[in-house]
Design a protein around this ligand. Structure first.
Ligand code: SIN
Ligand code: MN
Length: 261
């Protein structure tokens, strides 16, 4: 999959892309079918909500599941990332973020580079976050909300929040968020299952609780140039993978054909 010039321009201006119908229903079904097994596992890669036993984020899925091992090499994710960043990208982080119906918790306002830089010593804000919506995401079930154009400010001040949720995150304060929103406005990333989101390392984003009766699961792959790799190793491997081998795409039908093989 190749991004058009207009899409690249939109990505550069807005800091994100929302691309509907990139993955088919059969492909999304194949991805969702392994989640009950993965979420049931009791292991440190599964972070559960502060107030419940529900899985909030399940990490390192490519090391725990065949279909996710293929997904992280999927050309519809890897090729657009290479188009934006150039070759030689490594797999930094692989997860599914879930928001259980009625209770899935907030992701505070943040940009990913704050955490990658402070915790893992990533030098520059180059990494790309590639999402696939695995459920229909609407205004009701806790969509990601982007501050349009916030990436253009670069890394704004951030502080570590270990209190609000079960997941430690470097977050942006209210004054900075209000300023950025006044400049660029908010966009919620909604769409049917199979929609892909692409956004960069300094785009400020967050999501509110899911008080709807509909669950919300989103796959996320972060790819980072090998030349911009982590320099600090204090977080566990599932939060920042150490294998700096350049990711190589599989065939376009790898999710479905791979399952039959
Ligand atoms: C979310 O799942 O709502 C937040 C995801 C992210 O910060 O990338
Ligand atoms: Mn994020």
């Amino acid at each position: 999959m190749k991004l058009s010039d207009a899409q690249i321009e939109r990505f550069e201006n807005d800091g994100f892309l929302v691309l509907p119908s990139v993955f088919t229903h059969d492909e999304v079904d194949a991805l969702k079918s392994d989640l009950p097994r993965l979420f049931a596992e009791r292991r440190p890669e599964n972070f559960r909500e502060k107030e419940s036993d529900a899985v909030r984020t399940a990490m390192a899925l490519h090391q725990r599941s065949d279909v996710y091992a293929r997904l992280v090499r999927h050309p519809r994710l890897v090729e657009p990332a290479k188009q934006i960043l150039g070759d030689d990208l490594y797999i930094q982080q692989v997860k599914v973020n879930a928001k259980e119906a009625f209770s899935g918790d907030v992701w505070q306002w943040h940009y990913d580079f704050a955490t990658h830089h402070e915790e893992d010593g990533v030098p520059e804000p180059l990494a790309l976050n590639l999402h696939i919506l695995l459920d229909e995401v609407t205004e009701f079930n806790g969509p990601l909300v982007f501050i349009r154009g916030s990436h253009r400010r670069g890394p704004v001040p951030a502080t570590l929040d270990t209190e609000t949720t079960s997941y430690p995150l470097w977050v942006v304060d209210r004054e900075a968020v209000a300023e950025l929103v006044a400049e660029g406005g908010l966009v919620s990333a909604k769409g049917p299952p199979g929609t892909v989101l692409i956004f960069g390392d300094t785009l400020v984003h967050g999501s509110s609780i899911n008080m709807s009766p509909w669950p919300r699961t989103i796959f996320s792959l972060i790819l980072n140039p090998v030349s911009n790799a982590l320099t600090r190793y204090r977080r566990p491997e599932h939060q920042h993978h150490r294998d700096l081998g350049a990711v190589v795409s599989l065939a376009d039908d790898c999710l479905i054909a791979g399952a039959a093989a």
